[in-house]
Design a protein around this ligand. Structure first.
Ligand SMILES: [Fe+2]
Ligand SMILES: [Fe+2]
Length: 238
């Protein structure tokens, strides 16, 4: 009998989906090289998970085993997402992974000012819930990659969306399971989190909402998201 874990984890390979597209003979006929920056923004959004993961890695002692597992599952997925964008940049623009890494690695994350929202597991879970919920929404709205003309792109984005939804769902599960005594604090903490909207992105993985490829407007983030999450938290299932 297969034992399913409490936290959900999907297993798939972004690299192999993009490799299949490459093998099918697809070639870039319409993506202008001026869009390199646009692709780079998407790669950074996923790649920067390493900065948040490393920041939280040093604090594992203070976290519950499930939250540690949450972080490991989450990071494995985000890394897979970043890998897909590496492959995509190679496929579309012929950019080597090495040149992309050379562009990515000198960037540093600035978490200053975020201390309050990163201060404990409860707040971190709300932060993940907020951020991942927005990831689902922006990827759902985005049809750019589907438009590249191969069904594999749509399949790839569908997998990304499903993962971001799992990250959201797992955070909600842990909030309900381990932090039910603090439900009355959720609204204030979520408001504190949403107040970061509008600030410029500092390579932290969080609030990367000012880049060239973020598809939600100012009215679609912040309070509406806070209210959606509160509603989901307070009803029975995700
Ligand atoms: Fe992601
Ligand atoms: Fe995610």
């Amino acid at each position: 009998m297969m034992v399913t874990s409490f936290l959900k984890k999907r297993n798939w390979s972004a690299r192999s989906i993009i490799e299949d597209i490459a093998r099918s003979g697809w070639s870039n006929v319409g993506v202008d090289s001026s869009l390199k920056e646009f692709f780079m923004a998407d790669l950074c959004s996923e790649y920067d998970s390493i900065n948040l993961y490393n920041l939280l890695y040093s604090r594992r002692q203070e976290f519950s085993p499930y939250f540690v597992q949450y972080l490991d599952f989450w990071y494995a997925d985000e890394k897979n997402h970043a890998d897909g964008f590496f492959e995509l940049s190679r496929l579309v623009f012929g950019m080597s992974e090495l040149s992309l890494l050379q562009a990515l690695q000198p960037r540093t994350a600035d978490f200053s000012g975020m201390h309050d929202i990163l201060s404990d597991e409860f707040r971190l879970l709300l932060k993940f819930a907020y951020d991942e919920y927005i990831s689902v929404k922006t990827y759902k709205k985005d049809t750019f990659y589907e438009g590249l003309g191969h069904p594999g792109f749509r399949y790839w984005i569908k997998n990304l969306i499903a993962d971001e939804a799992v990250h959201f769902g797992n955070a909600i599960k842990l909030l309900r399971r381990d932090h039910s005594g603090r439900m009355h604090e959720c609204e204030a903490v979520l408001n504190m989190i949403s107040n970061f909207e509008g600030e410029s992105y500092k390579n932290t993985f969080l609030f990367d909402h000012d880049g060239p490829h973020f598809s939600l407007s100012g009215e679609e983030v912040g309070q509406v998201i806070v209210q959606d999450i509160l509603q989901i938290l307070h009803k029975g299932s995700v």
